[in-house]
Design a binder for this molecule. Sequence first.
Ligand code: GLA
Length: 387
Amino acid sequence: MIDMLLHEKIGKKFLEIFNENPFIVRSPGRVNLIGEHTDYNNGFVLPAAIDKAIYFAITPRSDNLCKLISYDLNDTHEFEISKPEFSDKHWPNYLMGVVDQLNKKGFKLKGFNCVFGGDIPIGAGLSSSAAIEGGLAFTLNHIFNFGIDKLELVKLAQRAENEFVGVKCGIMDQYINIFGHKGNVLRIDCRSLEYEYFPFEFDNVSIVLFDTGVSHSLASSEYNKRRMECSEGANAIKKVYNEVNSLRDVSVEMVNEFKTKLDTVVFKRCKYAVEENKRLLDACEKLVRKDLVAFGNYMYRTHMGLSDDYEVSCKELDYLVEQTKDNPKIYGSRMMGGGFGGCTINLIENDAIEEVSKKITIDYKKKFNLDAKTYVTKINSGTSIIK
Ligand code: GLA
């Protein structure tokens, strides 16, 4: 028998349960090349949508009931469209959060049937949650003909996460989920919310992720703490430089003036965020010149900043990055996403991937008694209709 694609399996499941043919939407996970913890500081990020995704099979109903079925967990959740209520099961909240936002905006929703599932590893920092939120917002907008534009969908999906799920994330993950473009990274300016595409396709080099397999519980409390430390720093700088509204408006020279005026920890956070913005802009120039060696060096520097100054790395991430150094076939490596676990992102020459992956997996197992997974990713388009 021919192997069915994941979205076909999800469509088939939908047909078996609801006895009708659904719309099928693909909603991708993401990587981020450089520009970490800069989005909520109004800075720049450089993400791309990837070939791992969540697939939605959906049809509208004529009543007000919503039936959600998680294909991967083999679990169901039902709710009244006007009354999405926080669930201890957790997974329905990413979907109900979107319904909640549409209700709040006054859109007249009917009920719907939905089967969803995918191959974005959970807890690996590839933004499966934004894929669920962005994907559902996109699909409901389509089937109910709301005419919401792409940027509004992004903001709505982000608010679903901030307000309903309760995670104070920035805008990067939802933005790239909707705006992703095959073969390109997006430089998003999180202050103006404008973006620019940069081709990122190389014959001999791939984006490879090494998954630590850990996701330390510190992640969300420390994330919120970093946000507060950055805004404390920006407020203090604003007292001297009134034009400063966020760390985005602060230059490297300016932040250094505050070395002894800010609390030591707050200074380190601010210094990292300000340097990271500059690093990203410099790295993009290298990208335009196809200079991956220089680009990769910026990735290593980002990792150093995240580990030493921003303090969101962990021993497993640091180890994986360390193992890539001194290999001329590896251009860059750093932790990716919020931190405290998840994946490192690496640029590796294709003919070296297998050997590097094998060695890293064996060494990592010896060191931590954990299995590191390897994902070789391709840059794909943002959320789109398949059928
Ligand atoms: C998480 C958040 C993003 C961003 C990154 C760090 O992925 O969801 O908004 O802040 O962490 O760059």
